[in-house]
Design a protein around this ligand. Structure first.
Ligand code: ATP
Ligand code: MG
Length: 417
């Protein structure tokens, strides 16, 4: 327990947040609900918060009743481990009943509800993730070390790392995720040793949970040193066996920072793996990546057409036409990161600018015009169109309708029907 207070942080005083706390306290009495996890940790660290998690002594049934009584929507998102999501003015709040783990096998836990806050803290992963704040802004630090860990950027397990990882192997990846986001200075040696010793168990869990942690890790501002630690402990080859080097990934992160590009976790993933679209597809399957993410990664690591810094604008327009603007930009950034040369930055930037500003013009001929030129209905129309399209690309997407018609006539004449 602590006499420290935080806040009032803006997210805490929001009427929609207050409405959730008020609903729970109306049933369970003052102090029955506290904020916990990332929202408390990040507020303490002066960082933006992601989601708002609430812990409560109320049982899940009581939480649902309390929310409904107050006219808030209650969604039983994880009822068997005690989680109900409240929707308040469109914002989700994850409310979890205090619990202790009764039985764990590294993948799934059998839980029991409790009204003991310190028991609830003991089942949480890292000391800075066990910080609670009540409705009045009073801060609770049950391990006594959570606040200083948050301030110093230390990711430290609650209790013995080997024991805690054996309860849930995903904690290995959570360790590196939090290290990527908040770690400063030397990483905790005991945690690293435990991650290394138990890394092979990570694959026994569900791909979805693993993938989510991996993508969150990639979204950190600078995940480079955490990835180096993952490589050094053998955790990285366990989850991404095809990674041969971190060089392109690290160069991409550097480019994103220097050029003020947006952080792009999907492209960072593509930068980690070799340029092999088939292997990328298999990896995406294994990680159960969402289809849009899979497609983007597979396209980004494709090899044709070859992307080089000395491409002429004309060659670049061809590539944009063949790949689409998004995939072309992705490949430019990957090639830039892979080139290892700072001196070519202006060329890469020019190619990116071209991708952003140039949209291929519409193909100048309609199907009707092709028929009018005497081409019989059927597959021939497509063939003629394809023939003229090749010419049109070769003419650098000429917009001259007259020339296109002339070309059409010549093609129509020359083709044998
Ligand atoms: P973020 O800001 O990314 O949401 P977070 O700390 O809130 O970070 P969540 O994954 O939302 O992370 O989890 C909320 C809290 O639940 C954590 O702070 C931690 O206390 C606990 N927790 C979540 N997953 C685990 C786990 N696998 N083992 C132990 N405790 C966990
Ligand atoms: Mg959270």
């Amino acid at each position: 327990m602590s006499s420290e207070t935080i806040g009032p942080a803006p997210w805490m005083t929001l009427p929609k947040t207050q409405a959730v706390i008020a609903a729970l306290e109306a049933r369970g009495g003052p102090g029955c609900a506290r904020f916990v996890g990332g929202c408390v940790r990040n507020t303490l660290m002066g960082k933006p918060i992601d989601d708002i998690d609430i812990a409560t002594t109320l049982t899940p049934d009581a939480v649902i009743a309390a929310l409904e009584q107050a006219g808030l929507r209650a969604i039983p998102t994880g009822i068997d481990h005690g989680t109900v999501t409240a929707l308040s003015a469109g914002r989700p709040y994850e409310i979890t009943t205090l619990r202790k783990d009764v039985e764990t096998d590294g993948r799934r836990a059998v839980v029991a509800f409790t009204d003991d806050w310190s028991e609830d803290a003991q089942r949480r992963d890292f000391r800075f993730n066990t910080l609670y704040v009540d409705a009045e802004g009073r801060l609770y630090d049950p391990t006594g070390e959570g606040v200083s860990d948050a301030r110093d950027g230390k990711v430290v397990f609650v209790g013995d790392p080997m024991t805690r990882i054996r309860e849930d192997y995903l904690r290995i990846l959570r360790f590196f995720r939090f290290q990527a986001w908040y770690g400063r200075g030397e990483a905790d040696p005991a945690a690293l040793a435990a991650c290394e010793a138990l890394r092979d168990r990570l694959l026994g869990g569900t791909a979805e949970r693993l993938q989510k942690e991996l993508m969150k890790m990639l979204a950190a501002e600078d995940p480079r040193s955490a990835f180096r630690l993952m490589a050094a402990t053998g955790v990285l080859p366990t989850i991404l066996p095809s990674v041969e080097s971190l060089a392109r990934f690290e160069a991409l992160v550097a480019i994103e920072t220097e050029q003020l590009f947006e952080i792009d976790p999907v492209l960072r993933l593509a930068a980690l793996i070799p340029d092999d679209a088939e292997a990328a597809g298999r990896l995406a399957e294994r990680l159960r990546l969402p289809n849009a993410v899979r497609d983007r990664v597979v396209e980004a690591v494709g090899q044709e057409p070859r992307i080089v810094s000395w491409m002429s604008p004309r060659e670049a327009r061809r590539a944009v036409y063949a790949l689409g603007q998004g995939a072309f930009s992705d490949r430019i950034k990957l090639a830039w990161a892979g080139s290892g040369r700072d001196s070519t930055a202006p060329q890469w930037r020019a190619l990116l600018a071209l991708a952003e500003t140039w949209t291929p013009p519409a193909f100048p001929l309609s199907g009707e015009e092709i028929l009018k030129a005497g081409v019989p209905k059927g597959p021939m129309v497509g063939e003629v169109r394809r023939e003229i399209e090749l010419w049109w690309i070769d003419q650098d997407f000429i917009e001259d309708k007259f020339s296109a018609i002339e070309r059409l006539k010549a093609v129509a004449q020359g083709m044998v029907y």
